[in-house]
Design a protein around this ligand. Sequence first.
Ligand SMILES: NC(=O)c1ccc[n+]([C@@H]2O[C@H](COP(=O)([O-])OP(=O)(O)OC[C@H]3O[C@@H](n4cnc5c(N)ncnc54)[C@H](OP(=O)(O)O)[C@@H]3O)[C@@H](O)[C@H]2O)c1
Length: 334
Amino acid sequence: MKNRQVVLKQRPNGIPAPQHFEAVTADIELTPAEGQIAVKNLYLSIDPAMRGWVSLEENYLPPVQIGEVMRSVTVGEVVASAHPNYRTGDIVYGLFGWQKYAVTEVDPLVRKVDPELAPISTALGALGPNGLTALLVLEQIGKVQPGQTVLISTAAGGVGSIAGQIAKLKGARCIGLTGSDEKRALCTEEFGYDIAINYKTSADLAAEIREAAPEGIHFFFDNTSGTIADAVYPSMAQGGRVAQVGTAAIASWDELPMGPRRDRFILTKRLTIQGFVMLDYFALYPDALKSLAGWYQRGELNYRESITEGLENAPLALTQLYEGTNTGKQLVKI
Ligand SMILES: NC(=O)c1ccc[n+]([C@@H]2O[C@H](COP(=O)([O-])OP(=O)(O)OC[C@H]3O[C@@H](n4cnc5c(N)ncnc54)[C@H](OP(=O)(O)O)[C@@H]3O)[C@@H](O)[C@H]2O)c1
């Protein structure tokens, strides 16, 4: 039978756009070999990390090759199984790529999704990588304590919308930075933030942050780097911690933006800065997923999704993610 796939056509320099990808038709037999499963994808994930995955810059995963199916976590339905733990009809999460069908090994990342718990799409967002990132960063790097002040950038996105709520559940005071007034309102109304600032319209972002955190920021959950982070560092508290989780504000790694240097603040404020890659915390996923599910079941965790229809529109959805058109988790529904 025929499979529909979106493959990498050429490498972007900076933000990926539709012309860097191509939709192709390929033959596939849905007859898994022993130990494999065949999956029909239902939802694809759209992630800022994809910019790094299609680049030759040094990264934590090898680059997607030209002509290769775009790497992506997805949620799908098992349509044939030659694995003892998986049956036809099971809903599964895994790295199945931007394609309609995948016949694949059951690697350690693959897991069953419980459709009774929540809509299955949440396995890619609030009850999946976004929720895990939010929780693990706040606990493992932030070590956030009640009464502390936390600042989170990309506050209304997939990770940020969950991180604000978890920080609140942990008793922190929470400041969010986001790129529109609509998202700002959602941050304070739905995503747990005490204060949200529109970094795009702020006349003096550093001053607004200082005013929002007069006692200093104990933990900075940095998803953007760039000039946004430059505006945060002067307001860090003594002994504060920073997690470098993303670099959304850096458009191209060929031309790194130059801003006020942060080194002096790191020194005088005795800051600790640590990079975060969620794959490093694999052993903690089961407990973290249980915590997220518990909050969700008790009605303590909201989520939002922006859903684009159609496999062929995945590249456009990726470009739009960098334009900030999404609220909460950006997905593609097949
Ligand atoms: N290290 C890890 O293991 C890991 C895992 C998951 C996610 N992350 C990181 O977490 C961050 C959020 O990921 P996500 O999946 O939740 O994406 P997201 O926040 O849903 O989407 C990206 C958001 O980035 C903001 N943005 C885009 N271009 C920007 C720019 N030039 N300057 C500032 N902000 C910009 C936009 O929000 P606004 O409209 O508010 O600007 C956009 O909605 C990303 O940096 C991602 O790389 C890291």
